[in-house]
Design a protein. Sequence first.
Lengths: 378, 288
Amino acid sequence: MASIITPRKSTLPAHFFPLLALTLLAIGLSIYRLVVGLGPTTNMSDHYPWGIWITIDLFIIPMAGAAFTISLISFFFGYDDYRAVLRPAVVAGFVGYSIVGVLLFLDIGRWNQFYNIFNPGILNLHSFLEEISLCVTLYMVILILEVLPIFLENTRYEHSIKWIEAGIYVIAGTGILLSTLHQSSLGSLFLLLSHKLHPLWYTPALPLLFFLQAGYTGLGATAIAITLVSRSKNLPIDRKLMRRIGQAMGINLLLYISIRIGDWMGAGEIPLLLKPDAFGWIAWLELSIGILIPLAILFTKLVRHSQGPFWAGVFALLGTFINRLMITWVGLAEPSPTTYMPSWIEIMITVGFIAGGYLVYDRIVYYFKLIPEKRTAK
Amino acid sequence: MTISRRDFLKIAGVTAGCAVIPTLAVHAGSSNQPGEQVSMLYDATICVGCNACTNACRQWNNTTPETDNRELYDAPSELSAKTWTMIQLYQEGEVHSFVKRQCMHCIDPACVSGCPVSALQKSAEGPVTYDPNRCIGCRYCMYTCPFHIPRFQWDKVIPVVAKCTFCHDRIIAGKGPACAERCPTGALIWGKRDDLLARAEARIGADEKRYINKVYGKNDAGGTSVLYLSGVPFEKLGLEDVGSEPIPNLSEGTAKIVLPGIVLGGPFVLGLIRLVSNRGGWEESWPV
């Protein structure tokens, strides 16, 4: 007998519970790590004091740079089209920085006194690590201000956030400055490590390179986010907008690769690039995947294809990942009898919190209006 | 924890000035000239590898011996959170030399420059000191150190960074570092940096065949408070060529230019961009 009662269709997607399980596992493992310490839970050692968490942090932060790049282009360069993707970018930034915050808290050994970084009596203003800590914290406040209207519009609290809209140029501008500071400062962290980092990746221009990389990686992440959000909401992809994001990305990529190659030539490091060792090969892999393929898409007719900027973004992100992997891990390794591979706990905590971040983003996309259905003509 | 308005203003002021102040700040504890600071001179050609220094360090600093698998001998293979100084052996054919390892106590230390919470400090007397009550355990110092010295208590729930303190507590009390006072051969001596440098150079001058013609630490990494003499090339002893420029120069120089530049110049640049940007599209000029 056919049932006459159709069960109410669940609004939760099929991947919800597996991802939730991963998140809960990560939370459990995090508590375990805090209770027993870093030694029993991670494979970090005196020879490898930083592990996969730092690599992931330094990859997520440029991805989350989407928020400031889009703000800069839409509010200050005046390309109003881009405002349509401001919200997905800002929410992605907020989620990304939250993941980084959690991973950093788990990473520091003396987490019981993490608040020392805010203690004006002892904080060290020579330290780029301190500068990053302060700027990222302040930037989180800016992101919250930028995210609030999404949740509070069309509620009875709407009037209480009117001032955010009124001051949006100041808020967005402050966010851009804080991002410029900490995205470049992530590169500056390695200025103290000139004697350790592999010469193909070390350069005094790292602050500028990290900043430009945050620009194109953030734009790539935006192109990916728009494609995925549009697909899940069955909205048509705005090709003109996607092409424009691709163009901004292309300009950033060109600047980045010119400085990188110029620096190699200036420092006489081209022979290292042609040396058939692992580092030379990886540098070529990074360049081909992260720079040349995206440029080949963005500066040919492929940029007009609805999937063009999406794939340019995917490859650029892969390239940035290789770059950050080399800078925080492989290219930093000291000659030592041991090697580092992350423990399963390190990996599951990383995977779990990224899954959690994705779930939060997915639900926000589902319940709130991130992409205007129809762009308002200026 | 409650934050009073005064505290809030303090924090706000400090964060707002986070880029400006580095240009004004001076190095903590630079009151003593480097030449006046307390230093050690280790002569690898005299050392017999007796490890009395390692033992003296353990006794004074209460560190746990790292025994071999028979639990008979204190036999650390490298520096660790438990072993702050030790003697290592370099051997190649007929040639051999001992070398003592410990913190070099740089005159301008990279770890101090990088430490976000000033847990590491260059004291006025010379030793680079560590305050666990400030440390957040970020381990940046372990990377910034050009000599791979700071170690971490990986097995502890709330670990500390561990390294040689130059027995700062003894120095303040007018005594010398435990290791140098115990050394029976005179391979390790302590005193004012200028005096030790003069003695080191005199030794090289008196017996040029015995020594490599260089005092390691005189200028390396901008100069260190531990000086080395050796009969074999310093790289063989793990004392690498780290250049003669203080490691923090580039980083601190960049901070002085870039941070105020962005904080003060940024708003003008943004305003300018806003003023001059045309609102049109740019795709007309795109090549494809």
